[in-house]
Design a protein around this ligand. Structure first.
Ligand code: AP5
Ligand code: MG
Length: 191
């Protein structure tokens, strides 16, 4: 089984690379951002609460996220070779909860892949996407808040996985194909 976490700052390419990884390695893609945006689109109570945090560039409370994820981790599709977690865990508390969740299911994380991109490029990518995405968090003010939240609350997750010897970083600059090549080399070395 391959259970991979793809991690990195907003706009580093987690979603883009996950789509390619899912196809090549036949993994189930779990993006907490996508799950939350689905709740928002369906105008559920959870979606309404989530939107108030997302539009401010803040993280949704851990309890809400852990709840939504545990429902989806259980529900693993037959025939997949594992999961790719995109945008989760985003706090050390989420990482600890994930470890407990996977242990119960007799599973473990293979590796965390940290996709590294310069801040100027992150901002440019997200501003460009904001012209068409309709995402309430793709504007300069909120992007800057997201980057700060990433540094203070999410970057410590990298140290958590470094201690478990499950941390790999990948250069996330360049073309989508070049980056995917680097990520594939990492995944192939862990199989
Ligand atoms: P989430 O949806 O996870 O957003 P994010 O982390 O801010 O990252 P993005 O989805 O914006 O970027 P990405 O890294 O996926 O890059 P992408 O491939 O799209 O979370 C949104 C919000 O939900 C959070 O702020 C929080 O409020 C909440 N949330 C989610 N999970 C949570 C959790 N676990 N706990 C608490 N709250 C949570 O690429 C970006 C753009 O760049 C695209 O337009 C793409 O086409 C382009 N691009 C990609 N690669 C390249 C390249 N190599 N060169 C040029 N352009 C490229
Ligand atoms: Mg994404």
């Amino acid at each position: 089984m391959l259970n991979i976490i793809i991690c990195g700052a907003p706009g580093c390419g987690k979603g883009t690379q996950s789509d390619l990884i899912v196809k090549k390695y036949k993994l189930k893609h779990l993006s907490t951002g996508d799950l939350l945006r689905k709740e928002i689109a369906e105008k559920t109570e959870l979606g309404k609460t989530a939107e108030s945090y997302i539009s401010q560039g803040q993280l949704v409370p851990d309890t809400m996220i852990i709840d939504i994820l545990s429902k989806n981790v259980d529900n693993q599709e037959e025939g997949s070779n594992g999961i790719i977690l995109d945008g989760f865990p985003r706090t050390v508390a989420q990482a600890e909860a994930l470890e407990v969740m996977l242990k119960k299911l007799n599973k473990e994380i293979t590796t965390l892949i940290d996709v590294k991109v310069d801040e100027e490029d992150l901002i440019n990518r997200l501003i460009t996407r904001g012209q068409t995405s309709g995402r309430s968090d793709d504007n300069l003010e909120t992007i800057q808040k997201r980057l700060t939240v990433y540094q203070t609350q999410t970057a410590p997750v990298n140290d958590f996985y470094k201690k478990l010897n499950k941390y790999t970083s990948v250069d996330g600059m360049g073309t989508i194909d070049d980056i995917f090549g680097r990520i594939s080399t990492v995944i192939d070395s862990k199989r």
